[in-house]
Write a protein that binds this ligand. Structure first.
Ligand SMILES: [Zn+2]
Length: 252
């Protein structure tokens, strides 16, 4: 069995591939392979690769599919590249958006922080000025205010004066009736007795001789008055006794 001889027909490999603007369709444009004809011919996409003939001279030929496939491949690559470019651009835009959003957020955060700091500072200043108003000249912490110090001094003096005129000490030195002696702290105002008094001291004040009898007389005369005004009994205090006598001591 022998194969029948295959008729050889010209194959056109060089043709212009045109792409229609719509629908992604391709057409081929070429010249008739018969040199004497040379008519410009067109084939649709479906006709490429099929056996054709020139309608003018009748020459049979075939268009190679390769140029169409290459063109299609190039276009698809371009399309893919375009998609990639657009995707990349979109990603870049998103990145920029995120970056600018971050910048805005940072700025806002800084503004808020600054605002808070300002508020706290104002509160501190207000607090400080309040303290300043309460104690205008009290700059150093802990040091008593001069005016306040003065008030305390004057108050202390007034209290001492009040104490001096209101209260008194009456010292009874040890005698037979009171062997250990006693110092009576009492309310003195209106008694006409000295701040620190004693029987001996009163005798001296009246230019009377200090004697046991004299002491007894003085005690009898004033003991009731002092007892009524007594606040507290203290132990015998010799310094106070000496104060009352003008620093003189008398035998018993
Ligand atoms: Zn032809």
């Amino acid at each position: 069995m022998s194969r029948p001889p295959r008729p050889t027909i010209p194959v056109i490999s060089a043709y212009r591939v045109k792409r229609a603007a719509v629908r992604n369709r391709y057409t081929a444009q070429y010249a008739c392979p018969f040199d004497e004809c040379g008519l410009t011919l067109k084939s649709s996409e479906e006709e490429i690769g099929e056996t054709e003939h020139c309608p003018y001279c009748g020459t049979v030929f075939r268009l190679d599919r390769q140029p169409l496939a290459l063109q299609r491949k190039r276009d698809e690559d371009d399309k893919e590249a375009g998609r990639e470019r657009r995707l990349q651009a979109k990603q870049e835009r998103n990145q920029q958006k995120r970056a600018s959003e971050e910048i805005r957020q940072n700025a806002r955060r800084q503004r808020d922080e600054q605002k808070n700091a300002d508020r706290e500072r104002r509160a501190r200043e207000l607090e400080a000025s309040k303290r300043e108003t309460e104690h205008p000249k009290n700059k150093e912490e802990g040091s008593p205010h001069p005016v306040r110090k003065r008030v305390i001094q004057v108050g202390t003096v007034l209290l001492l004066i009040l104490f001096y005129f209101s209260f008194g000490f009456f010292v009874v030195q040890p005698i037979g009736a009171i062997p250990d002696g006693v110092t009576i702290f009492y309310f003195r105002l209106g008694t006409n007795l000295p701040f620190v008094g004693s029987p001996d001291g009163l005798l001296i004040d009246k230019d009377l001789p200090v004697s046991l009898l004299g002491r007894g007389v003085v005690l009898a005369a004033i003991s009731k008055r002092i007892a009524e005004r007594r606040i507290v009994n203290l132990p015998y205090l010799k310094p106070l006794y000496l104060w009352s006598t003008g620093w003189r001591e008398f035998d018993r």
